[in-house]
Design a protein around this ligand. Structure first.
Ligand code: NAD
Length: 299
C-alpha cells in the first residue's frame, strides 16, 4: 500500500484531500499543528517549521508520496515578512526532507492569486480564460510566497531529474462540503451571501472549486504524475463561475478592466481554465454551485 503524507491535512482543503487519498486505497498520514476529528489517517500534531521534529517525522514515516498543503492560506492573514517566511520555509523544509527520505512524488499547493488580480493599482488579464501560460504578477506577500514555491519546485525538478516527480497546483477558492450547507467560507461569508453580493467573488474572478473535486485532482495527479512535465504548475477550478446570470455581464459590471477579454467566455464559463489538468490527468471537476447549493436550498 502506498504511504502518502499530507501536510496541513486537518485544514479546509486537507480534510477532503485526506479523504480522497484514503478512498483511493492509500495509507494516509496527516501532519498538522492540530488534529481533525474523524480523519481517515494516522495523525501527527507538530509544527513543520521545527526542523528536528520534521526530520524525525519524515524519517519515521518515509512517505512514498507527499502532498504539501500546510501554509498561511490567504493574503494579509499575517504580517508580510512572517507570511512570506512561513510559506516559503514550510515548502523548502518539506521538500528537503522528502528528497532526503526518497519520496518519489510531491505535489505542493500554490494559488491562483499569483496571476495578480485585485492589485490596488489595477489589473487586466492578457486574455481569458486564464491558463498556466498567462504571466504572473504577484502583488502581496501571499502571492509572492506562492510564486516562490512554484519556482522552488520547478528548479528542484530540473536539478533532481528522474529521482522524484514534482509539481504545484493552483486550486481555486476551495468550498468544503459543509460550506454548501451554510458554513462560512474562507473569507467569512456564506455561499448564498457571495452569490447575492457578486462584488465579494469578483475580486477573485468568481473562481471556486469543490474540496472533493480538489481531493480527486490530487489523487489524479499522484496517479498520473509521470504524464505531467516535471516541476509544472496546473490550475484546478470548477468549470463555471461563482456568479448568478451571464458571466460576461457580471465581469462588465464588477471587473470592467477584464470586460474585453471576457467576450471570449461562454455564458457560464469560469475565468480560469483547467483544460491542461483535464488533458494530462484525465481529471474533471464534477461539482458546481448550481448542483451542490440547489440540494441544500431544496431541503
Ligand atoms: N482555501 C483556498 O481557497 C485555497 C486556494 C488556493 C490555495 N490554497 C492553498 O491550499 C493550502 C491549504 O489551504 P486551506 O484553505 O486548507 O488552509 P487551512 O488553514 O484550512 O489549512 C492549512 C493547514 O496547515 C496547517 N499548518 C499551517 N502551518 C503549519 C505548521 N507550521 N506546521 C504544521 N501545520 C501547519 C494549519 O494548522 C491548517 O490546518 C494552502 O497552501 C493554501 O495556500 C487554498
Amino acid at each position: 500500500m502506498t504511504r502518502t503524507l499530507v501536510t496541513g491535512g486537518a485544514g479546509r482543503l486537507g480534510r477532503s484531500v485526506v479523504a480522497a487519498l484514503a478512498a483511493s486505497g492509500r495509507e494516509v498520514v496527516s501532519v498538522d499543528r492540530v488534529a481533525a476529528e474523524g480523519l481517515p489517517a494516522q495523525q501527527f500534531e507538530l509544527d513543520l517549521l521545527d526542523d528536528a521534529a520534521r526530520h524525525e517525522l519524515f524519517t519515521r514515516v518515509a512517505p512514498e508520496e507527499v502532498v504539501h498543503l500546510a501554509a498561511i492560506p490567504a493574503p494579509f492573514a499575517a504580517p508580510d515578512d512572517e507570511l512570506y517566511a512561513v510559506n516559503t520555509g514550510l515548502a523548502s523544509g518539506v521538500l528537503g526532507d522528502a528528497l532526503r527520505v526518497g519520496t518519489r512524488a510531491l505535489l505542493a499547493a500554490s494559488s491562483p492569486t499569483v496571476i495578480g488580480y485585485g492589485a490596488p493599482e489595477g489589473w487586466a488579464p492578457a486574455y481569458l480564460p486564464l491558463d498556466e501560460a498567462h504571466p504572473v504578477a504577484p502583488w502581496n506577500a501571499y502571492s509572492r510566497s506562492k510564486v516562490a514555491v512554484e519556482e522552488l519546485v520547478r528548479e528542484t525538478a530540473e536539478r533532481e531529474g528522474a529521482r522524484i516527480r514534482l509539481g504545484t497546483f493552483r486550486p481555486c477558492y476551495v468550498i468544503a462540503p459543509e460550506e454548501w450547507a451554510g458554513a462560512p467560507t474562507q473569507q467569512g461569508h456564506t455561499l448564498l451571501e457571495r452569490l447575492a453580493q457578486p462584488e465579494l467573488s469578483a475580486v477573485a474572478l468568481f473562481n471556486y472549486l469543490d474540496a472533493r473535486d480538489a481531493g480527486a485532482f490530487v489523487v489524479a495527479w499522484l496517479d498520473h504524475a509521470d504524464a505531467v512535465p516535471n516541476g509544472a504548475v496546473l490550475f484546478a477550478g470548477a468549470r463555471d463561475a461563482l456568479v448568478r446570470g451571464p458571466v460576461r455581464e457580471a465581469v462588465a459590471a464588477h471587473l470592467p478592466s477584464a470586460a474585453d477579454a471576457a467576450e471570449a467566455l461562454g455564458e457560464r464559463d469560469a475565468l480560469f481554465s483547467s483544460a491542461r489538468a483535464e488533458e494530462l490527468l484525465g481529471w474533471r471537476p464534477t461539482r458546481s454551485w448550481r448542483t451542490e447549493l440547489v440540494e441544500v436550498e431544496g431541503e
